[in-house]
Ligand binder design. Structure first.
Ligand SMILES: NC(=O)c1ccc[n+]([C@@H]2O[C@H](COP(=O)([O-])OP(=O)(O)OC[C@H]3O[C@@H](n4cnc5c(N)ncnc54)[C@H](OP(=O)(O)O)[C@@H]3O)[C@@H](O)[C@H]2O)c1
Length: 276
């Protein structure tokens, strides 16, 4: 069967809410066999997709979930690396532990999942890995430095991975959403040192108000799910696909075209910030 056709076995990390859940529901509705993961799976399976326990920060948990899919289905066609969260606060206020926890989920979580799925994909000489990046993986977002760092790193990881696995018939790609209305906003961790007493507090609060308002006015997660489906149906998978409001998608182009300080000024003004 052509890899772009027919029912495929899909694993989606972080499918308990937001983008992951929307992807799982859409792909099931399109006839795919979907396994979604959560650190705390519900007792009953939701909306027709299978739910597996997986904490992407634990090697054994990742391997266990991947093994469960392989033993039930015999193979895995598509992986959507989606699990992740946001960390906010001035870089100076972020502790090393807070940064490590974020990178362990958003970046090393992807590494763990890739290492678990690639052997079986290589053996079949077929597979597609879709990594959910962010506009924050292209543009450094103020007061979200470690989140941006995790997504910039994911961009590099994916560009490299693509070139390594292509000879084995495996494709990898990035989906870059702008702001999306999900629980990411409520689940955002604020650096402990970023509270009252931080020298950055006032500017951080100004930027955070914009960040949260933009996310709440963002596109629905179903838009990202439709993009993921398009990627799955694309025969020759591109390096990256953006999704979101036109103005936000345009930021990627603006970054390429504008002088760097002009673009930076634009980003700062969008977040209510100035250089002084
Ligand atoms: N919302 C946006 O504006 C936006 C924009 C660009 C990119 N993104 C990216 O989209 C992805 C999904 O975020 P979302 O917006 O859908 O947020 P969300 O509603 O908060 O969902 C996050 C998902 O990640 C899972 N998760 C978190 N930590 C995990 C861990 N250690 N192991 C396994 N699963 C974990 C959660 O599952 P459990 O808690 O059940 O384990 C949950 O299902 C993230 O990578 C995020 O960076 C979001």
């Amino acid at each position: 069967m052509d890899a772009s056709q027919g029912s495929r076995v899909v694993l989606i990390t972080g499918a308990s809410s937001g983008i992951g859940k929307a992807c799982a529901e859409l792909l099931v509705a399109r006839g795919h066999v979907v396994y979604g993961t959560s650190r705390q799976p519900p007792a009953v399976e939701a909306r027709g997709f299978h739910v597996l326990e997986m904490d992407v920060t634990r090697d054994d948990s990742v391997q266990g979930a991947v093994d469960a899919v392989l033993s039930r289905e015999g193979h895995l066609d598509v992986v959507v690396n989606n699990a992740g969260y946001a960390l906010a606060g001035a870089l100076e206020d972020v502790s090393l532990d807070e940064a490590r926890r974020l990178l362990d989920t958003n970046l090393l979580g992807v590494l763990r999942v890739c290492k678990a799925v690639l052997p079986s994909m290589r053996a079949r000489r077929s597979g597609l890995i879709i990594n959910i990046s962010s506009l924050g993986g292209v543009v450094g977002l103020p007061f979200q430095s470690m989140y941006s760092a995790s997504k910039f790193a994911l961009e590099g990881l994916t560009e490299s991975l693509r070139q390594e696995v292509a000879p084995f018939g495996i494709q990898a790609t990035l989906v870059q959403p702008g702001d999306v209305r999900t629980r990411l906003t409520e689940n955002r961790v604020q650096a402990l040192q970023s509270g009252p007493g931080s020298v950055y507090r006032e500017r951080f609060e100004t930027a955070l108000r914009v960040i949260e308002a933009e996310e709440r006015a963002g596109v629905p997660p179903e838009d990202v799910a439709r993009r993921v489906l398009e990627v799955m149906e694309d025969g020759a998978v591109r390096v990256r696909y953006s999704v979101g409001k036109v103005a936000q998608r345009g930021a990627v182009l603006a970054k390429m075209l504008l002088p760097s300080r002009t673009f930076e000024q634009l980003v700062m003004s969008l977040y209510g910030l100035s250089r002084s």
